[in-house]
Design a protein around this ligand. Structure first.
Ligand SMILES: NC(=O)c1ccc[n+]([C@@H]2O[C@H](COP(=O)([O-])OP(=O)(O)OC[C@H]3O[C@@H](n4cnc5c(N)ncnc54)[C@H](OP(=O)(O)O)[C@@H]3O)[C@@H](O)[C@H]2O)c1
Length: 338
């Protein structure tokens, strides 16, 4: 028997991503899944039967409000459609719940500010769910950078693409303004990861999108200018072959991670090469970043320590995304005020 304190979780929505998150909450050493809710009758129970079979102690609600009224639940995981994140995060916070919000936290900076204000007032922890940040491979890359291996960073390239399966095409049914398309779904990772390696605020953004009839982008590429010749190049697509990688290029070498926003079974690798002819390749132990994210967030709430990702980070990411969409719509580079 262990005395490990556990954070009691509820899941707000029978979303498809529960395939990854629900088992992660069940597996996490410091979490306990209490309930899942859906607005569609039977969908919560169906999701439980699929991803936590035999776990009869977990409740299934056919109402999101019922879950929010459940006093056993301390923290809520919010995997709803992108345009619903802000509204339901505010509702959960109002009931005193800590909230892990799937990326993107919200579609506007104003909504993120409202979530932050509400969270501070209620004294609850809220974080945007970028699970990949909990994977140990990025800490290892940081060690390599700190050793001076590749000198000073000049460029970061992030690329995320795959051929979207027809069953998942619902992501393209909504306009970008309503949270549809590749930018809000996978582009937010490419932007987030690019920003991670520059400890600085971006100065300007430029982007081009290929959109479908609904107004959703299916492929986008762009540049984020961090000043002093330092730039991030990002591209992402639902109609290209699979890539899930970043490359950091410095004055003396490059570091590449070819599997970043990983799927189960992917082996995390780090490759590097330098100006003076050295090369290296490291294979890390596979790690489930969804479990690590749940454990990290639970730990923050249980110990009162700030979560890994801050409101400022969510705000900064949203600003870049909104500016990139404006650039794509206007054909201009968009300056970002400091
Ligand atoms: N971290 C990751 O790797 C990752 C991966 C994919 C997506 N995401 C994020 O996770 C969130 C959810 O994405 P998703 O693709 O899993 O969303 P989704 O399946 O479309 O679910 C979104 C919401 O729509 C409702 N819904 C689900 N299936 C439905 C159906 N068949 N018909 C009608 N309504 C349905 C659910 O609410 P009710 O149950 O209340 O009806 C659910 O909460 C998004 O914010 C997305 O950006 C994250």
């Amino acid at each position: 028997m262990t005395d490990q304190p556990k954070l009691r979780w509820g899941i707000l929505g029978a979303a498809r991503i529960n395939e990854r998150l629900l088992p992660a909450i069940v597996e996490a050493r410091n979490a306990e899944l209490v309930a899942i809710a859906s607005r569609r009758p039977g969908a919560a129970a169906e999701t439980l039967a699929k991803y936590a079979p035999g776990q009869k102690q977990i409740s299934a609600y056919d109402s999101l409000e019922c879950l929010l009224e459940d006093d056993r639940i301390q923290a809520v995981y919010l995997p709803m459609a992108n345009e619903e994140h802000a509204e339901w995060a505010l509702q959960a916070i109002a009931r005193g719940k800590h909230v892990l919000i799937e990326k993107p936290m919200a579609l506007t900076v104003a909504d993120i500010d409202a979530i932050k204000a509400a969270a501070l007032e209620r004294g609850v922890t809220v974080m945007e769910g970028f699970m990949y940040r909990f994977h140990p491979q990025h800490a290892r890359v940081r060690e390599l950078l700190a050793s001076g291996l590749i000198g000073d960073i000049r460029f970061v390239r992030t690329s995320f693409s795959f051929q979207m399966r027809p069953a998942r095409m619902y992501r393209l049914a909504r306009d970008i303004a309503l949270g549809g398309g590749a930018m809000w779904d996978i582009g937010c990772y490419a932007v987030h990861t690019a920003r991670m390696w520059f400890d600085d605020a971006p100065r300007a953004v430029t982007a081009m999108t290929h959109t479908v009839e609904s107004g959703a982008d299916i492929s986008t590429s762009g540049i984020i200018d961090f000043g002093g010749g330092r730039r991030a190049h990002f591209d992402f697509s639902f109609e290209c072959t699979r890539r899930s990688e970043y490359e950091i290029t410095g004055t003396l070498g490059s570091i590449k991670c070819p599997t970043v926003w990983q799927l189960p079974g992917d082996v995390p690798e780090i490759q590097w090469w330098t100006e003076d002819g050295r090369r290296g390749e490291e294979r890390l132990k596979p790690a489930n970043h969804f479990v690590l994210e749940i454990e990290g967030f639970s730990e923050s709430v249980l110990t009162g320590r700030p979560p890994l990702l801050s409101f400022d980070d969510a705000r900064a990411n949203c600003r870049v995304i909104v500016a990139a969409l404006e650039s794509a719509a206007t054909g201009r580079a968009i300056a970002l005020e400091p």
